[in-house]
Structure formats: structure tokens, C-alpha cells
Ligand binder design. Structure first.
Ligand code: PML
Length: 243
């Protein structure tokens, strides 16, 4: 299989990115689709890389959805869910505050995720501007999962983003991430989620106000497993069989 990765930027800022794991015969078709994704950019980088072995995850995390009347109610619920996943309340609150202000120490967003010690809240990622990126993951049959989600009423406009986030969160859990907190840096997209082995993938809206360009991901892990988890998230190829 091949890992195809696209990222686009405008004025030095990241504006779009996506990844697919595909068979050789599908490379052309998928590259064309990926290249059409960013609407407005001045630089696009596409990487095609052969992957030697691919691990199969039989099933994605179960999905749940909740809507709230305010961001603070959503955040309160997210913290409760994180506690249910085994994260200390003070650590969960620290992660929420971090995403609210922007996790890049130089200001704004990071490209990758924060790694946070689930016990102490200490940040563990080696490079705090880059963060950790979950790559080399995809659905075995993206088209059939897309169809299923459409049938379940997920709006087309949000489908790809949801598909990408769910497959990524599923890989994270598989690599040993205990729980995850995420909301988008896209100013128009206010749905976020918390995820974990025991809580599934819990979509929560609104995790931020409209128009806010700050977001990101926090992965809660056991400190002593840091290096093996980074290796798994960034190097191991995995496909998820079914929803
Ligand atoms: C992002 O990649 O921008 C964050 C995606 C959040 C997806 C939430 C969802 O729709 O389930």
C-alpha cells in the first residue's frame, strides 16, 4: 500500500491537509481528489510513500453525539467524559484551557497534537511547536463508510472531516492513547470531540464560538509509554475495517 499525504498553506499558514492509504492502482484517482481539497492556497505539498506492512483494526470507535446550548456546557461535559476515561479533572481542565488559548508556545495553533501526561498534566511532546502527528491511517473502504454515514444523516459538508477524525482517533486509541480532546481550528467548524477506549468517539457541539480560529488536539498518555506511542502514531500504518 501507499501513504498519500497532502498539505497546503497560504502565507506560511497551514490551510488544509489530508492523508489516504491506498493500493497502487488507486494512487492517481486519490491524488486528484486530494489535490482538489484546498480551496485557496499558495503552496501544496503531496507525498507518496510506500508502506511495508499495514495493521488492520477491525472496528472503529463507537460514535455518540451531543449538542449543548453553550461552549461552557460543552466543555463541562467534555471534562466529565474525560474523567470517565480515567483522566484527572485538573488535567482535563488544563487541556481545555490550553486549546482555548492555543497550544503553540509561540502563539496560535500547532500543526500536530499535544501529548499530555494523564497524571500530572505535564506536556511531553519533544517539539512543542510541531507536536505529534497521527499519520498512516485510513479506512479500508472509505466509500462504503461514507455511504453509511450519509444514511445516518451526517451532512455532506462535514463528512470528510468527520471520517478523517474518527479514523485518526481510532488509531490513537490503538497506539495506547488513553483519551483525546479535540476541536478544529477552522473558524466555521464548532463541533469537537473527546475519545477513548472506554468512552468511544463522543462528538460535542459547540466546543468553541463561531469565528474562533484556535483549536487543536491533546492526547492524554502514560508518561512512561511516550516513545513507543510516538513511534506508533507517526510510523505504523493501520487501516480500519468497519464503522
Ligand atoms: C479537524 O480536523 O479540524 C478537527 C476535526 C473535528 C471533527 C469533529 C467531528 O466532526 O466529529
Amino acid at each position: 500500500m501507499y501513504s498519500l499525504r497532502m498539505r497546503a498553506e497560504k502565507g506560511g499558514e497551514h490551510v488544509s491537509g489530508a492523508e489516504r492509504l491506498v493500493k497502487g492502482e488507486d494512487i492517481k484517482k486519490v491524488l486528484t481528489a486530494l489535490a482538489k481539497r484546498p480551496k485557496d492556497y499558495d503552496k501544496m505539498v503531496i507525498t507518496v510513500e510506500k508502506v511495508q506492512s499495514v495493521e488492520v483494526i477491525p472496528k472503529a470507535l463507537s460514535v455518540f453525539s451531543y449538542d449543548f446550548e453553550s461552549v461552557s456546557l460543552s466543555h463541562g461535559f467534555a471534562v466529565e467524559k474525560l474523567k470517565q476515561a480515567g483522566i484527572e479533572e485538573s488535567v482535563a481542565l488544563k487541556a481545555v484551557e490550553l486549546l482555548k488559548k492555543g497550544s503553540n508556545p509561540k502563539g496560535g495553533n500547532m500543526r500536530g497534537a499535544v501529548l499530555m501526561d494523564m497524571e500530572s498534566g505535564e506536556r511531553l511532546e519533544p517539539d512543542k511547536e510541531r507536536g505529534i502527528r497521527t499519520v498512516r491511517v485510513d479506512w479500508k473502504n472509505r466509500e462504503s463508510v461514507r455511504r453509511l454515514l450519509k444514511e445516518r444523516g451526517i451532512r455532506k459538508q462535514y463528512l470528510e472531516r468527520f471520517l478523517d477524525a474518527l479514523v485518526l482517533a481510532t488509531k490513537n486509541v490503538h497506539c495506547g492513547v488513553i483519551a483525546e480532546l479535540c476541536w478544529s481550528d477552522d473558524p466555521d467548524y464548532t463541533t469537537g470531540y473527546v475519545a477513548g477506549r472506554d468512552i468511544g468517539y463522543v462528538r460535542i457541539k459547540p466546543m468553541k464560538e463561531y469565528g474562533v480560529p484556535i483549536g487543536g488536539r491533546v492526547y492524554f498518555i502514560q508518561k512512561e509509554r511516550r516513545d513507543e506511542i510516538i513511534e506508533c502514531l507517526e510510523k505504523k500504518a493501520m487501516i480500519v475495517e468497519v464503522l
